[in-house]
Design a protein around this ligand. Sequence first.
Ligand SMILES: Cc1cc2nc3c(=O)[nH]c(=O)nc-3n(C[C@H](O)[C@H](O)[C@H](O)COP(=O)(O)O)c2cc1C
Length: 314
Amino acid sequence: MNDASDAQGGPAYPWRHPTVVCGVPWKNPVGTASGTFQLAACREYYDVSQMGAISTKGVSPVPWEGNPGPRTAESPAGMVNAVGLQNPGVDHYLVDELPKLKSLGATVVTNVAGHSDDDYAQVVAKLDDCASDMLEINVSCPNVSHGGMSVGTDPVALGRLVRRLRGLTSKPMIVKLSPNVTDIVGIARAAVDAGADGLSLINTLVGMRIDIHTGKPILANRTGGVSGPCIFPIALGFVWRVRQALPDIPIIGIGGIDSAEKALEFLYAGANAVEVGAAALYDPTAPLRVARELDALLDSRPQLARKLSEGRTW
Ligand SMILES: Cc1cc2nc3c(=O)[nH]c(=O)nc-3n(C[C@H](O)[C@H](O)[C@H](O)COP(=O)(O)O)c2cc1C
């Protein structure tokens, strides 16, 4: 811990530059990215109520064991992971993690995972009446309803899924987009036209590492998702393209953020908020550090700060 006030029970930080995402107030524009935040570990390093929001690990209808190991491999300026969405399931989430996060004062974005449209529908229906502030639908999961392809790569399938989920919840619903597509704008439009309140992007890019001593893939799953600083310019380009095409939709920018300067680039590209992912795995204090440093950078950018605080998009 690098600052006693970061820990539970310390004085709240006087945030000067809040944001609003899909009508939900965030204390600052920086959240944690799904799958890289674990409450028991992270609360040792910072007060979770001080983050803009906490995006949880993907929640599925029943417990998922995830993939066999090895599940992660290092890579220059990043990593490759195939954790496989391990989680204890929505029922456990509702009685354990969510009440804990809310009792600590966190703004919660519940990340939803599914291997079929029915999976997503079951989870979203159960979450409709819970204390989560918003939902984030991870459409990058391999999906049996679509032959193992993620529903996030097909605008027609995505539109059908989002329309169904829209009918099941009145909570602010963000769709988290996969970068593993050729036409991100077409996919983004399909999600918005079907009723998504906002978009978050990007999830990981497909990649792999090979062990040159065996000639075999390092990950048991063979391929995995690439994240970390190496994907930053790619993620930024995705956010910028979607913002150019869709000026009115709230956007959360994700990918390679490990500094306030990179977060600021996302905000200039059109994001209303950002999430810090892989950086938190090698520096657990990164999310709160980025939030504080961004607060200082926004002091000298009053126009951008005002746009964020009013929840305006572009
Ligand atoms: C170990 C690990 C687990 C992840 N699990 C999830 C998940 O459950 N749901 C999801 O939507 N994204 C998941 N992601 C993707 C991240 O939330 C984020 O979109 C991606 O890593 C890019 O951001 P980064 O470069 O800051 O890590 C995971 C990423 C990592 C590294």
